[in-house]
Structures are given as structure tokens and as C-alpha cells.
Ligand binder design. Structure first.
Ligand SMILES: CC(C)(COP(=O)(O)OP(=O)(O)OC[C@H]1O[C@@H](n2cnc3c(N)ncnc32)[C@H](O)[C@@H]1OP(=O)(O)O)[C@@H](O)C(=O)NCCC(=O)NCCS
Length: 431
């Protein structure tokens, strides 16, 4: 639904309406940040397969009509074990330096949540400015930018025995790319799904550098990689191989041209495994931030996963209630015959001396990490020592919330030729 409303006497908040708005939005990001952010905004608004104009907001100065702040949401589908969640990523957050600290982003955040709630999304996530988004109810969880840095001299063997070749991917390769991405996703409990249309966006609009790896004279396709290069360094943003030896062959191929190879997680991929075993250094760069929009609805959507966990445990016949207390609010999980039979909000749950408390009493930041399988309760206790649970519920907590293998990569940034003209200060964000 299009939105247009006054924030106060000075500002108007509205969704983008037309081509002119898209151009002005992109120009704003180009002039206040850099051309790649502008091109990215342009790509997202015009070509992203799940984008809609109503998902991008601008704040205008009511007098001059100039854009002074922007934001937007990008829809994604997340695989959570066997369930598919509808998520949105908040992006393109920027306020003109002259208009900062006037609450313009805070206002847009509230609007974006109500938009996401209305559209019945399950989860909101965001990446960015350290600490900043915590104040809007987000909690850190799940790595999304982890790489091994591998000096090329650690790769032995010569290019001649490489035995494989790379060729640029094109639209005809999309079915192959879908298949190879599904192969990668199969090794993860939590990741984003990627459909054909998204590959088309990456190849034709966002100008990603995607290569198909072919093995031997038979030109058998055994993998793909997304890459970006900077002088003597190659950064593999994503890879998926069906053949381990081809991974080693690719590293030998790159050894000739580059002094350093950076290879992104997921750690289950062939190139990441090779980089680790060849002595690459692991480098992590913060985590995603998540916000749950409607906890009972999310838990109920995840019930096939909880049911599978209960059914394969000693709780398969359990009939009872489990009270999850997030301190500000509690939720009763009704379990019948080892199946989740409903989740109900129960309001404030008292944990004072003499009160019963919940089965699990845990604050929201820690709970998101538990739910998404980042940490178990013993690990969480080290950082949130006010977490506590009924001793008799401990086994059930472990059954409901096991550790999960998770990695999120949301490729949408523009990687066209303009990226090579960026000022040095922006390199660490794109290379
Ligand atoms: C960070 C930024 C988005 C804030 O925009 P803004 O419109 O000034 O934000 P708001 O006024 O709504 O700020 C909300 C709150 O955050 C606080 N805040 C503002 N900038 C902050 C910062 N950099 N770090 C922590 N808190 C900050 C404000 O004081 C305010 O707190 P309050 O509500 O308790 O008073 C803006 O400074 C900006 O655009 N920075 C550059 C962003 C960028 O580099 N983006 C690259 C792509 S991620």
C-alpha cells in the first residue's frame, strides 16, 4: 500500500511512486555515499525480483521537497530446516548529514515494522552500523561475512596440473546455478533460498562476476564461484562445488595471478574447507541483527521443526505446557502427544522469590540466539547470567532448541565496472 504522511511541520514520509522518485532516491545515495550505493538502490528498486515500490521509503523536506533520508525492505525466503520463512532485510538507510539526529530513521524504522507486520513477514533482519540497530529491538545472531585469508604460496602444485577451466556464467546456466546453490544449501540448517529469477537479477542487473567451473576435456560443470578481484587479491564471495579435486584445481589456477585469496563461508563449501586445511586465517566481521515480529505466529509456523525434534526424542509422548518467559512477556507452548499444539501470549511472568517463573526465563537477545541455533543455553549463560530454567525442563530445552548450522548471504549489491573507480576508503565494504 502506498504511504504518504507528515512526520511534523518539517518532514513528509512517503513510499516511492515513480521513475523520477527512483532516480532521486539513487542520486541521493550516490551524492551522500558513493556511486555503488546509488547503483545498488537503482537495481533493487527497478529489477529485484521481489521488490515493490511500496517497500521503499523517503523522507522529504516539506519546504524544499528534497529527499533527506531513505530506507527500504528487501524480501527474502529463509530455509529453517524444513520450514520456509518469509523475511525482510532492512536496507538503504541513510540520512543527509544536515538532517541527522532528528529521529528520521527512528520514524522510518517504526513504519517499516508496521509494513512488514501488515505483509505478515516472519522475521526482519539487518546488517550494518555497529550497535546502532540494537536500539530498535534487534539482536545479533548468525554470521554473514566470514572469510579465510589464504596466501597463495600455501597452495602447492602448478597451474599445469589444474585440470579445470573457468568460464563466465550466462542466463543459460541458471538451471545449473540453481542446482549447485541447492547443493550448498543442503549442508546448512538455516540459509536463504535462491530462485532462478534471483540468479537472473545477479547476472543481468547487479552485474555479479559469476563463473562456472568446468573439469577436464569433457567440459563437465562441477561448480560455480562468485568473485571480485582487487589488484593481487581475489575474493570468492560464494562457491559451490560437487567435486573436491576441482576446488584444489581452482586454487592452483588462481595462485598464478593472485598473492592472496579470500574465501567466504559457509564453512561447509569445498573452497572454505580447502582454505582452512591449507592454513588460511579466519576473519569474522560482525553478525546479522534480527527482530521477531510476532513470536507466537513464528513458533507456530516452525511447529513442523519442533514436532520433528520432539518425535525423535524421549519427549515424543509429552503432554504439558512449557512457559517461555522473555521477562517483558511470557508465552505458553502447549505440547500434546509430542507435538506443538499452539502458542499463547500470557503476559508478564513473575520470577520473584516464591513465584513459579517460566520453564525457561531468558532475555530476548539470548533467546534469538537459542532459537536460531547459534548457541546452547550453557554458552548463553556465560553472557546472560540472569538466564535460568527449571531443572526438570533442561532436557526439553535441549530438544526444542539444538545448535544449527547457519549462514546468511544476501547478494544484491551492484558489482558493475563503477566498483573499480571507488575511493580507497570504500574498498573494505565491497572487496
Ligand atoms: C546512522 C544514521 C542512519 C542515523 O540517522 P538519523 O536520521 O540521524 O537517526 P535518528 O535521528 O533517527 O537516530 C535515532 C537514534 O540513534 C541515535 N544515533 C544517531 N546516530 C547514531 C550512531 N551513529 N550511532 C549510535 N546512535 C546513533 C540518535 O541519537 C537517536 O537516539 P535517540 O532517539 O535516543 O535520541 C545516519 O547518521 C547516517 O545516515 N549515517 C551514515 C549511514 C551509512 O554510512 N550507511 C551506509 C550503509 S549501511
Amino acid at each position: 500500500m502506498p504511504i504518504e504522511e507528515r512526520i511534523d511541520d518539517h518532514f513528509i514520509l512517503r513510499t516511492i511512486r515513480d521513475e523520477k522518485d527512483i532516480t532521486n532516491f539513487a542520486d541521493f545515495l550516490t551524492s551522500k555515499l558513493n556511486i555503488v550505493e546509488g547503483m545498488t538502490a537503482n537495481c533493487l528498486m527497478r529489477f529485484h525480483p521481489r521488490a515493490s515500490k511500496d517497500n521503499f521509503l523517503v523522507v522529504e523536506d516539506a519546504v524544499s521537497g528534497r529527499i533527506v533520508s531513505t530506507s527500504g525492505i528487501i524480501p527474502w525466503e529463509m530455509k529453517f530446516d524444513e520450514v520456509r520463512l518469509n523475511c525482510v532485510q532492512v536496507e538503504l538507510i541513510l540520512t543527509d548529514p544536515e538532517y541527522r539526529n532528528k529521529g528520521l530513521v527512528r520514524h522510518q524504522m517504526q513504519k517499516l515494522y508496521s509494513m512488514a507486520e501488515q505483509q505478515r513477514y516472519d522475521l526482519v533482519f539487518i546488517w550494518g552500523i555497529p550497535y546502532y540497530y540494537r536500539q530498535f529491538g534487534y539482536s545479533y545472531c548468525i554470521d554473514g561475512l566470514v572469510h579465510y585469508s589464504l596466501p597463495s604460496w600455501r597452495v602447492d602444485g602448478e597451474e599445469e596440473d589444474a585440470g579445470c577451466a573457468l568460464r563466465e556464467a550466462c542466463t543459460d546456466d541458471i538451471p545449473l546455478l540453481v542446482e549447485l546453490y541447492d547443493h550448498l544449501a543442503a549442508s546448512l540448517d538455516i540459509c536463504l533460498t535462491r530462485e532462478s529469477k534471483h540468479w537472473e537479477y545477479l547476472l543481468n542487473s547487479a552485474k555479479f562476476h559469476i563463473y562456472i567451473v568446468e573439469k577436464g576435456n569433457r567440459s563437465e560443470a562441477v561448480g560455480y564461484l562468485m568473485q571480485i578481484t582487487d589488484k593481487k587479491m581475489i575474493h570468492i564471495l560464494e562457491n559451490s562445488f560437487t567435486d573436491f579435486t576441482a576446488g584444489m584445481a581452482v586454487l592452483r589456477l588462481f595462485k598464478k595471478s593472485y598473492e592472496e585469496m579470500r574465501i567466504n563461508w559457509p564453512k561447509s563449501t569445498v573452497l572454505a574447507q580447502l582454505a582452512e586445511s591449507l592454513g588460511g586465517t579466519l576473519e569474522k566481521d560482525t553478525q546479522w541483527l534480527f527482530r521477531i515480529l510476532n513470536l507466537p505466529a513464528l513458533m507456530e509456523k516452525l511447529s513442523p521443526v519442533f514436532n520433528k525434534r520432539l518425535q525423535s526424542s524421549k519427549h515424543r509422548r509429552m503432554c504439558g505446557d512449557f512457559v517461555l518467559n522473555l521477562f517483558h512477556n511470557g508465552y505458553k507452548l502447549r505440547i500434546r502427544e509430542g507435538k506443538l499444539d499452539g502458542v499463547e501470549e500470557v503476559g508478564f511472568v513473575d520470577t520473584l522469590m516464591g513465584a513459579e517463573g517460566g520453564d525457561l526465563n531468558i532475555q530476548q537477545d539470548a533467546f534469538i540466539r537459542l532459537l536460531l541455533g547459534q548457541n546452547d543455553i550453557d554458552e548463553l549463560y556465560e553472557y546472560w547470567p540472569d538466564l535460568f530454567f527449571k531443572p526438570e525442563s533442561r532436557a526439553l530445552i535441549s530438544v526444542l532448541f539444538p545448535r544449527m548450522d547457519a549462514y546468511l548471504y544476501t547478494p544484491y549489491h551492484y558489482y558493475g565496472p563503477e566498483i573499480y573507480k571507488l575511493e580507497e576508503k570504500y574498498h573494505k565494504y565491497y572487496f
